[in-house]
Design a protein. Structure first.
Length: 263
């Protein structure tokens, strides 16, 4: 008798197809997760990377919600994340404790001590001089915004993170975020009685910036021989302390009733 023709089981084929698609979707999701993690690990923050850091988590959330929609515990987690993120915008505006914010800012600056110098860097993996000054502040604003449930500080943190600027721009009262206190022939001859911890010094015509820690001590991401974040006590023989200096203050670190109103 002739051999029977093989039976083509369409049910088995169609049942395997969704599994293959699901596995491919999971593989794509994991690939996206690795790409986002890789971008986060890059210490340099330029416009393209900032956009990727904003878009990446949203894409992960949208892809994950679609992928795991039928698994209700995971679905609830993804929806809760979206609700929690949206709820941040509903937080009220509260008075800012300027002294505490200044204290947290100084502590965040110090946390970068010994971080390698990297031009364009803004993280603990690598940082440059203006990156240190900005990263310390948007870190402090974010922490205090969450602690006090103050949306104003969270908004200011996000705005400062997004709007990159140079040391020279900060010395020119960039976007009204800083204001000039006074100028000095150099940091060794500056009037330290007029300074508070968290104040900034733009030196060498805007080529470099340092932050004041108090007690005549400065912190900087040194692009010179140090090539890392270090602290220097004035008076110092370091070259940055022997050149012209413009002393400025973050407006967010002083009460709005003072001479320079917080914006």
């Amino acid at each position: 008798m002739p051999a029977a023709a093989p039976v083509h089981d369409e049910t088995a084929v169609t049942s395997r197809t969704p599994r293959r698609l699901y596995r491919a979707a999971v593989a794509g999701y994991l690939t996206l997760l690795l790409l986002v993690a890789g971008v986060i690990a890059i210490p340099i923050r330029n416009e393209a990377i900032r956009i990727a850091l904003l878009a990446g988590p949203f894409l992960l959330w949208a892809a994950g919600l679609s992928l795991f929609w039928r698994q209700w515990p995971i679905r609830l987690v993804y929806l809760a994340l979206a609700i929690g993120a949206g709820a941040l915008a509903l937080l009220p505006t509260r008075p800012i404790d300027f002294d505490r914010l200044r204290m947290v800012y100084v502590a965040d600056l110090v946390s970068y001590h010994d971080t390698p110098y990297l031009w364009g860097g803004e993280t603990h993996l690598g940082i440059d001089c203006s990156g240190l000054i900005r990263a310390g502040l948007f870190d402090a604003e974010f922490k205090e915004g969450l602690r006090t449930r103050n949306f104003t500080l969270l908004r200011k943190s996000a705005s400062l993170w997004w709007n990159d600027c140079t040391a020279k721009a900060l010395g020119e009262e960039f976007q009204g975020r800083t204001h000039v206190l006074f100028t000095a022939p150099n940091l060794n001859e500056a009037d330290y009685s007029k300074l508070q911890p968290g104040d900034l010094a733009i030196v060498a015509g805007g080529s470099h910036i340092l932050a004041y820690l108090g007690r005549m001590e400065w912190i900087e991401a040194d692009p010179g021989d140090g090539m890392k974040v270090l602290t220097v006590h004035a008076p110092s023989k370091q070259g940055w302390f022997a050149t012209d200096a413009t002393l400025v203050r973050w407006r967010i670190l002083e009460p709005p009733t003072s001479a320079s109103e917080t914006r």
